[in-house]
Design a binder for this molecule. Structure first.
Ligand code: SF4
Length: 417
């Protein structure tokens, strides 16, 4: 079969359609010249998409005039791509202009759920040390669209789904009153960005009041706390913010609230005796990242009373193939895939050495809070616990129990205060 036919028959199995017309023509010309194998062609197309997404030189500029062989050509481009991934990222060339057209056109849909969408944390894995969080989907899909988010592989990004039976389904949820439950609402969407749209916060506050044995966690990147300021917040509700450096917020979470807005919102609720918490997940490696993150950690230590902070979690980028492909299917600027990836329990992530460095620097900076706040690694290799915290759990169930005990202790203290 001619190379032309092979090319036409297999190109649809690659991300060729996501290339610009210029890059399509360029890569087609080089493919015919060097007769790349299907796997080589597929990778070169992904390299081209990555170079554009990373705002680095275009594939047509990195390709040399001439190569002695197909292998030389492929290995050279692959080496350039790997070098970009191995060197710490720099956002120096990233400006707000790059995102000016990145406006979300979301639409709201409603559906009739037949029961409350309560289930196991969608990203939990038996191969990592996990807290067995239960997740409750109050809303489907998220309006913030952070570049690295795994939700994009679960839902259609532009359609935000509300269950018209949410309140009733929640009231019909039967839990064992002798059990303590840790339930989070921030996995399928942002917990606070929609406010009390369709009465979701009314329903969740009622649910918390009727189930004092439930630790209900709202996780957010927004500063939409109006409903929490205007209503009595049940004591078994914890509001947690996902925080990052402003560099990452500007470039990988740019539709979400700024660092200042998130910290200010958290402080307002903390001053109203609502238990708060902070998730540094993902911590992302880039030039000077350690010192920039330490500034954020110190800002929290200077701003909050640790007796009113229930938790601090650390985590980092962990990709499954569908999310990597979804990210490559989007034409936007991001450095999120420009990272040295290794296998991490079947997923792609930083090496254990890089993780130990980033998590240890984080935990060590929070030394003043070690005795007062519950710290944990989210979805990480169990071998990291001893290296970072000096202790480890024997099982996920043990982690779950210790976490719940710590949160419930804070809730009871808060009830008495
Ligand atoms: S540790 Fe993280 S990923 Fe694992 S169950 Fe808990 S929240 Fe989910």
């Amino acid at each position: 079969m001619s190379y032309e036919n092979k090319f036409q028959n297999s190109i649809h199995k690659t991300n060729f359609k996501n290339l610009t017309k210029e890059n399509q023509d360029f890569i087609k010309e080089k493919a015919f010249l060097y007769q790349f194998s299907f796997q080589e062609l597929k990778q070169i197309i992904d390299f081209a998409i990555d170079f554009k997404m990373w705002h680095e030189d275009d594939i047509s500029l990195v390709f040399k005039e001439e190569y002695a062989s197909r292998k030389n050509a492929f290995n050279d481009i692959r080496k350039i791509w790997q070098n970009f991934k191995d060197k710490p990222n720099s956002y120096k060339k990233f400006t707000k202009d790059l995102y000016k057209d990145d406006v979300r056109k979301i639409s709201f849909t409603s559906f009739e759920g037949d029961k409350a969408a309560l289930g196991a944390c969608p990203v939990a894995s038996p191969n990592t040390r996990c807290c067995n969080l239960l997740t409750l989907d109050a809303v489907q899909s998220c309006g913030f669209d952070c570049s690295y988010c795994s939700i994009q592989s679960f839902y259609n990004q532009d359609k935000i789904g509300f269950d018209v039976n949410f309140k009733e389904n929640l009231q019909n949820l039967r839990l064992d009153p002798n059990e303590t439950y840790h339930i989070g609402t921030g996995q399928s969407s942002d917990s606070l960005m929609w406010g009390n749209k369709n009465g979701i916060l009314d329903a969740l506050f009622d649910f918390a009041r009727q189930n004092p044995n439930v630790i209900l966690e709202f996780k957010t990147k927004s500063n939409n706390i109006k409903y929490f300021l205007e209503n009595d917040v049940p004591k078994n509700i914890i509001c947690t913010w996902s925080l990052n450096t402003q560099t990452i917020i500007d470039n990988e979470e740019h539709l979400a609230a700024s660092l200042e807005q998130r910290v200010t919102a958290a402080l307002k609720l903390s001053n109203k005796n609502v238990l708060v918490g902070f998730h540094f997940h993902p911590i992302i490696q880039y030039e000077n990242y350690i010192s920039e993150y330490e500034e954020v950690y110190k800002k929290l230590i200077d701003t909050f009373d640790p007796s009113k902070v229930a938790l601090i979690s650390f985590g980092t980028l962990t990709f499954i193939k569908p999310v990597i492909n979804k990210i490559r299917n989007r034409s936007f600027k991001s450095k999120i895939l420009q990272m040295p990836m290794v296998d991490a329990n079947g997923k792609q992530s930083y090496s254990l050495e890089v993780k130990e460095q980033m998590f240890k620097s984080a935990y060590d900076t929070f030394k003043p809070w070690h005795k007062d706040v519950y710290f944990y690694l989210c979805m990480e290799d169990e071998s990291l616990w001893k290296k970072v915290f000096g202790y480890e759990y024997a099982s996920n169930n043990q982690m779950e129990d210790m976490m719940k005990m710590s949160y419930m202790e804070k809730i009871l203290q808060n009830r008495q205060s």
